[in-house]
Design a protein. Structure first.
Length: 518
């Protein structure tokens, strides 16, 4: 009895050796188009699908494997449908090797049209994959070239492919088609969903899973999955230049640091610890000056933190980093000079991450998501919005206060709520001067920020990620000498808050937008 294996792959890597294993094991190869051509050029005997079905490919190749002789041979239950299959001359197909049209590579091209992308949506491939995965007890389904070796060895053995392996292969197959469909729907949503309505149902595409050193704690396993549409601000585009493998916390902190530093104008540096900025500064003299100023904001908390630069990292910046003698887990920036890389290499365990130079111009792909028990929370990204302020106090901010307020507002959106940030203009730049994060009451966040200040609170400005529900937080800050405030406004007690500010001769501006980060 003839044993058939059907092969139709976009990714041809490892195909020929695996196909040769199948032939040696007694299989007759069925194939289509480009896959059949590669196999024939390698000297392997191949039966074309059109010859097998007795029907030509039609409609420009859109219909070739969608035929009862193919899908009956895959889906049929051997002990139930044997007589029916024999009566209509359908032989069994015991191995299916399929991976799908390169939709991802198509849409990554600049200027690709919807018509070009749609043409690369595979129909026959996912249908065969799902059919074989459904009937995995009878059919071996292979979608990943990485499985060719172990599957080929099992097929060549007398025992064959066991049920546990078949189940694993089927699971991979369903994940493969799920990710493929999710990638298509996500890409099309950005072009067809003109009103921006969030979908009632859908899926998030996950691909290119990379194992992390460990999760939030060493006993937890963790992976990083790339968004297949990896453009813009995507950590899938980073390159690790040196150092130990990244952990879950490293990745999360690095994401937080990059979010914060690319909100800032001018040459800027942010130091993040446990997802909150503990140091941040901007300075017109460049990265070295910005780093020194940022580190001075809280050198104690910076130990073991993540350092993010928003400009090319030169030798002077790395010399400043090394001279600080501070231990950092990760240094990340949009490019490093050869001299900078040579200096960083002296700390071989330090993780050095290079991100694309176009990071500042991009946006994160897809949507912001958070896993909760039993589901996902999805929302738009809160990045890059223009800051528009309205002065509501009797006194308007001075130029230095306005510059520091803008800086503080950009930083506070990266701090866990309830978030309070102090900042001040200093030494030609602007520097963070105390953070109150994650407190249950806003007044406690104000007290914490003031207690964390590394230079005088008096003369500093204050940013709050949400409105002050009572005047008490403002009153605590005024007692410490804070001279200007920026906050969203919108409380029923705004007038009482403004009265406290005006009574102290301070200034307050409203943004009209809240930036909670739970």
């Amino acid at each position: 009895m003839t044993r058939y294996a059907l092969l139709s792959v976009s990714d041809k890597s490892g195909l020929v050796p695996f196909a040769r294993t199948l032939v040696d094991a007694g299989f007759t190869l069925l194939s289509t188009g480009g896959t059949g051509r590669v196999l024939r050029e390698a000297g392997l005997p191949v039966t074309g699908v059109s010859e097998f079905t007795g029907h030509p490919e039609i409609m420009g190749g859109r219909v070739k494997t969608l035929h009862p002789r193919v899908h009956g041979g895959i889906l049929g239950l051997r002990d139930v449908h044997a007589a029916e299959a024999a009566s209509v001359d359908i032989p069994w197909i015991d191995v299916v090797v399929v991976n799908l049209y390169p939709f991802r590579r198509t849409v990554e091209r600049d200027g690709v049209t919807v018509e070009e992308a749609v043409e690369q949506i595979d129909i026959g491939g996912p249908t065969m994959v799902r059919a074989a995965a459904k009937n995995h007890v009878e059919v071996v389904i292979v979608v990943d070239p990485a499985d060719y070796g172990p599957v080929g060895a099992a097929i060549a053995s007398s025992d064959g492919v066991d049920l546990a392996t078949r189940r694993q292969l089927a699971l991979r197959a369903f994940r493969h088609t799920a990710a493929y469909d999710a990638m298509i729907s996500t890409w099309l949503a950005a072009r067809f969903d003109v009103d921006g309505t969030l979908p009632v149902e859908g899926a998030a595409p996950l691909s290119d899973g990379t194992p992390l050193r460990y999760g939030e704690n060493p006993h937890q396993k963790a992976m990083f999955y790339a968004d297949p549409a990896s453009s813009g601000r995507s950590l899938a585009r980073m390159t690790q230049l040196q150092g130990k493998p990244l952990s879950f916390n490293n990745m999360a902190d690095m994401d937080g640091a990059l979010r914060a530093v690319f909100e800032l104008d001018g040459p800027s540096v942010v130091v993040v610890k446990h997802m909150n900025p503990c140091g941040a500064a901007t300075h017109p003299d460049g990265m070295a000056a910005a780093f020194r100023l940022a580190l001075s904001a809280d050198p104690v908390s910076a130990y073991g933190g993540i350092v993010a630069f928003n400009r090319f990292v030169d030798e002077d910046a790395v010399r400043a980093l090394r001279q600080s003698r501070t231990f950092f887990e990760v240094v990340v920036g949009p490019g490093f000079s050869d001299a900078a890389k040579a200096l960083l290499a002296k700390r071989e365990n330090l993780r050095v991450i290079d991100i694309p130079a176009d990071w500042a111009e991009g946006r994160p792909p897809g949507m912001d998501a958070r896993r909760v028990q039993g589901g996902w929370l999805m929302q738009d990204w809160d990045v890059g919005e223009v800051v528009e302020t309205t002065s509501r106090s009797v006194r308007t901010p001075t130029d230095d206060e306005a510059r520091a307020l803008d800086f503080a507002w950009r930083v506070v959106r990266s701090v866990k709520s309830n978030a309070i940030v102090l900042a001040r203009a200093e030494a030609g730049g602007v520097v963070l001067n105390g953070v109150g994060a994650g407190q249950m009451s806003r007044v406690d966040s104000v007290r914490l920020a003031c207690s964390k200040a590394t230079r005088a609170v008096a003369g500093s400005v204050l940013a709050s990620d949400a409105f002050f529900p009572f005047p008490d937080g403002v009153e605590v800050a005024l007692e410490q000498g804070v001279t200007a405030f920026i906050q969203p406004g919108g409380s029923i007690r705004d007038e009482a808050v403004l009265a406290a500010v005006d009574g102290a001769g301070a200034a307050m501006v409203f943004t009209g937008a809240r930036h909670f980060r739970h």
